[in-house]
Design a protein around this ligand. Structure first.
Ligand code: FES
Length: 105
């Protein structure tokens, strides 16, 4: 029996994509704008964890980010840029969810 994430018949979130090159997810956009990656080895896991964090905590503090991301090691030490990118992604998601605020302010 094929793995449900591979067959496409299941709802295994670990195998779902966040975005595609022509339509990046806001977390991916924030990652690029913040120039987070160095060697890139850890970055896919960091981005997925950031996405999961923002789904449950849309406005995380630095402490929330540090405790949520603790399982993802980055030997290049990109942690400060990861924090910055998560805050930027949170703002992007918030702005996308309430675009009328910018239009009426
Ligand atoms: S960017 Fe190199 S391990 Fe994280």
């Amino acid at each position: 029996m094929p793995h449900p994430g591979i067959s496409g018949q299941g709802r295994n979130h670990h195998h779902r994509r966040l975005g595609v090159p022509d339509a990046l997810h806001l977390v991916q956009e924030a990652w690029i704008e913040t120039q987070v990656a160095q060697c890139g080895y850890c970055q896919s896991g960091q981005i997925l964890s950031a996405h999961t964090l923002l789904q449950t905590n849309p406005e995380p503090t630095d402490e929330d980010i540090d405790s949520s991301m603790v399982g993802n090691l980055c030997r290049c030490g990109t942690y400060p840029r990861i924090r910055e990118a998560i805050h930027l992604a949170a703002q992007k998601i918030k702005n996308q969810a309430t675009p009328w605020k910018e239009e009426n302010s």
